[in-house]
Design a protein around this ligand. Sequence first.
Ligand code: ADP
Length: 366
Amino acid sequence: MLRVGLTGGIGSGKSTAARRFAERGAVLVDSDVLARDVVAPGTTGLGEIVATFGTGVLAPDGSLERPALAAVVFGDPEARARLNAIVHPRVRERTEELVAAAAGDAIVVQDVPLLVETGSPAAFALVVVVDADPEVRVRRLVDARGMAEADARARIAAQASDDARRAAADVVLDNGGSPEALRAAVDDLWHGRLVPFEANLRARRPVPAPSGRPVEADPRWAVDGARLASRVARAAGRGAHGAHVGPTAVPGLPAVDVLDLQVGVDPATIDTVRTGLDAAGFPRVDGGTSAGEWWHGGADPGRPVRVVLRPAGSPAWRATLLWRDWLRADGASRAEYGDRPTSSSTSFTRAEEWAASSGWTPSLDE
Ligand code: ADP
């Protein structure tokens, strides 16, 4: 099963994209729909809301009167937090039930409007963001949904910035054009990436990392590396730390387009860690173990990665972080050693000297 998170700012076209994924065969889990279901008449959710906010939030027929509830929590962060504490756990529970009920080879697309603001992007094998210029979104919300312009602008301003959303995205679907163009982009993503990703994940088959000559540094490597480091750390389980390492983690350095990720682990839990990575789309590489390290790859054909697990705090774990941070900090070392696939003992001596003089210590989180 492949779990895909779908998000986008209000009016971006997220629901339009979601419908297309469903037409292609995705199991769609819509957070907005679940948020309504869990407070429908007769639910414990509605019972708790009435117990907390009073019967004034009910319509005459006993259903929740949303505008009345919105008025109660508007501008009152504490009331909003109490409401969220009733709704969010129930939405999460219902989501997990629906995901658990999906077939083993399903591609589950979760439509989560506030994925970046309140969700856990790292819980998904892939995050897809639908993107459109804010002015285009305002116009669509006003013209197609009949929203007041000031209301549309206020809602857009209250959400995550487009930059924050793009940083969380593995894939950005541009919806600046026609709805047909968006649907065609969904179709391409489905056939070109999601279907083979799911098949690779299920077969526990890593995609081969590209080899060959380094290419010009890509500024997206840093953003992609940070996102994938969080994802592998989460897949590896409690206490694991993920870091983007290797040549793509040094800004400006030409490199082969494969992201290196190092996960610091507790070797006592290695079997659980490896199983977690296999299930999350980072399958183990056959024969990929040597003393004190374990290798995994990625099942996503759109983003080659190499993942190495090492005991947190071990010499090799530390040296990998030191090498990266030294090259990041020292332009001369970058020019001299940056293109070496492996480091020499001379360079390591210099890296250690730099660590001693700068007071460097390995940082666990990024
Ligand atoms: P979201 O779920 O992100 O809020 P929707 O998919 O509901 O966005 O789209 C917002 C409105 O804009 C809808 O009325 C939809 O029909 C319309 N819309 C979506 N994409 C386009 C597009 N490419 N061109 C014109 N209108 C669009």
